[in-house]
Write a protein of this length. Structure first.
Length: 188
């Protein structure tokens, strides 16, 4: 049994440290997790005016989430909160009313920052949003990553053994979380 994981990178930066973190996470993840990025960069800004006729990018996002067994959020912290581009993507996926793509979906949250707080405040904000969206979040372990180029190479290689072990354990727990949630709430 393998699980399809759609992942969000909450940054639009061409040099995103969170994209590097996402690559590191994929490297250490269990073999039975298959990863597909859920792109957010081409979405227009959400408005309820679109609810009767979603644009192609938003339809594609909802379809990709709904064909996933779980979603992983790898995000920076912007001004102690969620980056606008990521919040916009979540708003698209949560609508139109009654067609929330996150309903009962297993989810996990992680992020990297150059400061030692490691996106902790953004993650709390994101968790509140995902709770309202009725996603089934992994609540432990938490992971607040202080990013340095010495520890994370551009291709996602992790050079510090305890960091690698921590992230491997995080992804193993995510796999177990997905399996537990899907036992009770199988995907349609
Ligand atoms: C930041 N940064 C930042 N860092 C942090 O720890 N807490 C914060 O609230 C913020 N706020 C913030 C706002 C904005 C608009 C920017 C551009 C940056 C710094 C941030 O951690 C750093 O730029 C990371 O490199 C962002 O992640 P990505 O885009 O490289 O993945």
């Amino acid at each position: 049994m393998s699980y399809k994981v759609g992942y969000f990178v909450g940054s639009l930066s061409s040099t995103s440290i969170n994209r590097v973190l996402s690559e590191a996470l994929i490297r250490v993840a269990p073999d039975d997790l298959e990863f597909t990025e859920l792109p957010i960069g081409d979405l227009p800004l959400y408005s309820p005016d679109h609810d009767s006729d979603y644009p192609a990018e938003a339809r594609a996002l909802k379809a990709a989430i709904e064909s996933s067994d779980a979603v992983l959020f790898v995000t920076p912290e912007y001004n102690r909160s969620i980056p606008g581009a990521l919040k916009n993507a979540i708003d698209w996926a949560s609508r139109p009313w009654g067609k929330n793509s996150f309903d009962h979906l297993p989810a996990a949250v992680i992020g990297a920052s150059i400061g030692v707080i490691g996106t902790a405040v953004a993650q709390q904000s994101l968790r509140a949003v995902l709770a309202f969206c009725n996603a089934r979040q992994m609540t432990a372990p938490e992971a607040y990553i202080h990013f340095t180029k010495e520890v994370f190479q551009e291709d996602g290689t992790i050079t510090k053994q305890d960091t690698e072990e921590f992230l491997r354990a995080y992804m193993n727990e995510f796999r177990e979380h997905i399996a537990r949630v899907l036992t009770v709430l199988p995907r349609r």
